[in-house]
Design a protein around this ligand. Structure first.
Ligand SMILES: NC(=O)c1ccc[n+]([C@@H]2O[C@H](COP(=O)([O-])OP(=O)(O)OC[C@H]3O[C@@H](n4cnc5c(N)ncnc54)[C@H](O)[C@@H]3O)[C@@H](O)[C@H]2O)c1
Length: 330
């Protein structure tokens, strides 16, 4: 049986979704973007088709799956701000968990069992003693956002046996960078991610950048994270879709998308200063609650199962692409 190469990309007008739509089209897939534009951008919609709709609208999702003969769903749609989720957790569970239940109901009704789900390194939460975070570690989220993603992974697991779901949960580390051709990039509002915030400081959009904690047990005392270029994330999704379409096996496979190497906050700040040629104020502050010293992926499963590895994720390429996008866009 040849499966349809029509891919439904939910949240395809957002940061990672828009890059993935470009990569899927480049790989020969037909894409249908489904988005409610709560945080996505109309000018970042590159799908062959666009359906404006909400994840909660099960009937509309079912109609869309049927009308476009969808072979696989890629699901990015979520509220993503971990800090905000502590203040107002309910919308996070409503959108991220209940929204995904609506999608799974629609997929059952339309007979589409293949799903690539946007999960996150935040599901590892408290597993901070492991030098590299491996998919076999137990989930231990520390905020409602991370819980919402871990809960969805649990729901997906139950749908494997009950409904024959064929799913991959891609656990992204720190998404960063922008399309090297400048067609799309990171435009979150409010922005909470380190690289765009440092770029704002370098461009004079903000007064300074703060380093939260300089006494961590790391070589330069600042936190280390695994930055992954958004184009590498996009190619990881193309590989995951191809993997699912080539098989007919029920299961949920969590797969890290990271580089396996970390960069410190100071290294990021230095890279932005070097690449932009700008000077800006850096303020050293105390640690923030809940920030582990180091979060770096064990990236071996993606290599083994998907034949994928990061190829654009050296820090200078990430910063150069993010800088060029910010200069062109803001
Ligand atoms: N950005 C990161 O560093 C990062 C890291 C780990 C995981 N993730 C996950 O990746 C996914 C995408 O993140 P992003 O940074 O591209 O976020 P984003 O906010 O740029 O994109 C999310 C998209 O989903 C859409 N959306 C949200 N709720 C919807 C709903 N109810 N119905 C229809 N559309 C809806 C938004 O309009 C937007 O286009 C999220 O699931 C996020 O949790 C992101």
């Amino acid at each position: 049986m040849t499966l349809s190469k029509n891919i439904l990309v939910i949240g395809g007008a957002g940061y990672i979704g828009s890059h993935t739509v470009l990569a899927l089209r480049n790989a020969g897939y037909t894409t249908v973007v489904y988005d409610n534009f709560s945080s996505g951008h109309r000018d970042a919609c590159f799908g062959d088709h666009l359906v404006e709709g909400d994840l909660a609208d099960t009937a509309r999702l079912t109609d869309t799956l049927r009308a476009h003969d969808i072979g696989c769903v890629v699901h990015f749609a979520a509220l993503i701000e971990a800090g905000q989720s502590v203040v107002t957790p309910l919308p996070f569970f409503e959108n991220n968990v209940a929204g995904t239940l609506s999608l799974l109901t629609a997929m059952n009704a339309a007979g589409v069992p293949r799903l690539v789900f946007s999960s996150t390194a935040a599901v590892y939460g408290n597993n901070t003693d492991a030098p590299l975070l491996h998919e076999a570690l137990p989930s231990a989220p520390v905020n409602p956002y991370g819980h919402s993603k871990a809960m969805v992974e649990t729901v997906l697991e139950t749908c494997v046996a009950a409904h024959g779901l064929q799913a991959i949960a891609l656990r992204y580390f720190n998404a960063s960078g922008a399309d090297p051709e400048g067609r799309t990039g990171e435009r979150h509002s409010p922005e909470t991610h380190l690289i765009p915030l440092v770029i704002e400081a370098a461009r004079g959009v903000r007064d300074s950048i703060k380093i939260y904690g300089t006494d961590y047990p790391t070589p330069d005392g600042t936190c280390i994270r695994d930055y992954i270029h958004v184009c590498d994330l996009a190619s990881g999704h193309v590989a995951a879709v191809a993997h699912l379409l080539a098989r007919d096996t029920a299961g949920l496979t969590p797969i890290n998308l990271g580089t396996g190497a970390g960069q410190s906050v100071r290294q990021v700040i230095e890279a932005v200063a070097r690449i932009s040629g700008r000077q800006f104020s850096v303020i050293e502050d105390t640690r923030r609650a809940g920030d582990p010293a180091t979060l770096v992926a064990d990236a071996s499963r993606a290599r083994t199962l998907l034949g994928w590895q990061a190829t654009h994720s050296d820090l200078d390429s990430i910063v150069a692409d993010a800088w060029a996008y910010a200069e062109k866009t803001f």
